[in-house]
Design a protein. Structure first.
Lengths: 317, 216
């Protein structure tokens, strides 16, 4: 039976997200979805959902919510306070919430984004095959926008018992790895070898002007490209590292523009894409060059680790 | 600075071939002026997929593109209003090109445009065919709010903003049409390869069409 999640305090930027929409980039629609998709997947598995169920994504602040009916929830992602009727509960573990109870999340103390998963998922209408909120275009999620106080979201009542599993180990890289693995782009005509080497050797600070569309980086040295603004636009994707004319790289986030005109120096390995969603302004990051093969192996290992801690529940038909 | 449309034809053809017979792990593709970005599932065997794609690229030349791209060309008319409240940079473009506002409008509306690709944001068409006299540099300071439907110019590029966003292109007209509607079976009003004509309308007609669009 459907129940309502009432939004008492929405937080700074709280949106409904799932794993995004694939197949519409040729219409200008980026993949979108949870900026740290790994944390959302873990949260979903903790409450017995399929990986792609919709949850809430919080940004730096959390929110206050009231549950109309019993259910199981899990909170994953950055480190944040999590309270049920004023008493703290652990993140990365499923917990039971009873009808009428209030859950407060935040502030986020480490990382940037925190995810709330509810057994059965949040029920919103799919738009272009996904429940994700596309903020710039104003569709998907809850009315195509961030949550406001007074909103009510539907979820499914669940009397299921929760297990006492602790999945904290899965969040280690998200919160602590700040040497991000990436694949070098073909430099031909875009960068001199020395410029590329200076990129791989540099330490960058995450700029305040970072969001779901991209992470702006600030380094001591400018990375010089050979293009001088004379590139024609080409397709872009999540994790692409572009170098604009000011020599300060931008790593594209889940809500990236689907085409762009800056030269590309590399692309973050899929295994480390979720880390991009947890990079906090002023944090220091570096990039480590890996081969396509190694990037693939790293991803397969990460997926195996996830499967060991939390096997995915077979989809109910 | 847009590449010749031969590159566009090749890109369109490659995309068609890939979508007809997707290589293992194929997820998505993004065409642009002279490139096609192809996304694969990173767990798939990329060597086989890469070889497949290379095999599809190599035999594409001018004659194959002409042979395979036989879709009839769709012409879309876009009503646009050039009155000052919808065209904040029109006068400046006229001054820079050494002609009158009426001349710029006449040239802009007489030209035939072709959709190179949809990019940047949902439904944003990059159009080829802007008359050379209308080429105009970007604004020195981008606007914080560009109204939805604005027709913008940047260098030799021209496009239509589907939603209110920040933007640095010069704005010379506005259309009341919705460029992107995710509820429709074909969400984007324009698709790559479409031909576009701008049809001048007055503010009254703009208001009537806008009302009709919003009622849907």
């Amino acid at each position: 039976m459907s129940a309502q999640l009432r939004v008492l305090e929405p937080g700074m930027l709280t949106t409904v997200q799932d794993l995004g929409r694939s197949g519409y980039s040729s219409l200008g629609v980026a993949i979108g979805g949870a900026a740290d998709s790994f944390s959302l997947r873990v949260g979903n598995r903790l409450v017995g959902n399929s990986d792609s169920a919709a949850g809430l994504e919080f940004t730096l602040t959390g929110g206050l919510f009231e549950f109309e009916k019993d259910t199981a929830i899990a909170v994953t992602g950055g480190i944040a306070d999590a309270l049920r009727n004023e008493s703290p509960f652990p993140m990365w573990s499923p917990i039971h919430v009873r009808a009428g109870e209030r859950v407060r999340i935040g502030p986020v103390r480490r990382g940037v984004r925190v995810y709330l998963s509810i057994a059965g998922g949040i029920e919103v209408k799919d738009v272009l095959g996904s429940a994700s909120t596309h903020l710039a275009a104003g569709f998907g999620g809850h009315e195509g926008r961030a949550l406001r106080s007074g909103d009510a979201l539907n979820y499914r009542e669940s009397a299921e018992q929760t297990s006492d599993i602790d999945a904290r180990v899965l969040g280690t890289d998200l919160l602590h790895r700040r040497t991000i693995r990436a694949i070098e782009a073909t430099l031909e005509g875009h960068f001199k070898r020395e410029a590329a080497e200076s990129f791989w050797a540099s330490e960058f600070a995450v700029s305040n002007h970072s969001d779901r569309a991209g992470i702006r980086l600030e380094g001591a040295d400018e990375i010089q490209s050979l293009c001088h603004g004379r590139m024609t636009s080409e397709g872009m994707t999540h994790g692409v590292i572009e170098v604009p004319e000011n020599g300060q790289p931008i790593v594209l986030g889940v809500d990236h523009p689907t085409t762009g005109g800056y030269p590309v120096i590399g692309c973050v390995a899929s295994v480390d894409l979720p880390i991009l969603g947890q990079l906090r302004p002023r944090e220091k990051v570096r990039f480590e060059r890996v081969s396509v093969n190694d990037a693939r192996k790293l991803l397969i290992e990460r997926e195996a680790e996830l499967g060991r801690v939390l096997p995915q529940r077979p989809e109910l038909s | 600075m847009a590449p010749p449309s031969l590159a566009l034809e090749k890109v369109a053809l490659l995309e068609r071939r890939i979508r007809l017979e997707p290589p293992d792990g194929f997820l998505d593709s993004t065409p642009a002026y002279a490139t096609l970005l192809i996304r694969f599932d990173p767990r798939a065997d990329w060597r086989t997929s890469e070889a497949r794609v290379r095999g599809l690229v190599d035999p594409i030349d001018h004659s194959t593109s002409a042979r395979e791209n036989t879709n009839p060309i769709r012409v879309v008319e876009i009503p646009v209003c050039y009155e000052p409240e919808f065209a904040p940079d029109l006068e400046r473009v006229a001054i820079e090109s050494g002609s009158s506002v009426l001349d710029v409008i006449a040239q802009h509306a007489a030209a035939e445009y072709k959709v190179a690709f949809i990019g940047f944001t949902p439904g944003f068409p990059y159009l080829l065919g802007l008359p050379e006299q209308l080429h105009s540099a970007r604004l020195e300071r981008p606007r914080i709010r560009v109204p939805a439907g604005s027709i913008g110019i940047a260098g030799g590029q021209t496009g239509i903003y589907p939603r209110e966003t920040p933007g640095g292109w010069k704005l010379i007209a506005r259309t009341p049409l919705r460029m992107f509607d995710p509820a429709k079976p074909e969400p984007s009003l324009l698709l790559p390869g479409n031909q576009v004509r701008f049809v001048p309308i007055d503010a009254q007609r703009f208001a009537a069409l806008a009302e009709k669009e919003n009622a849907r």
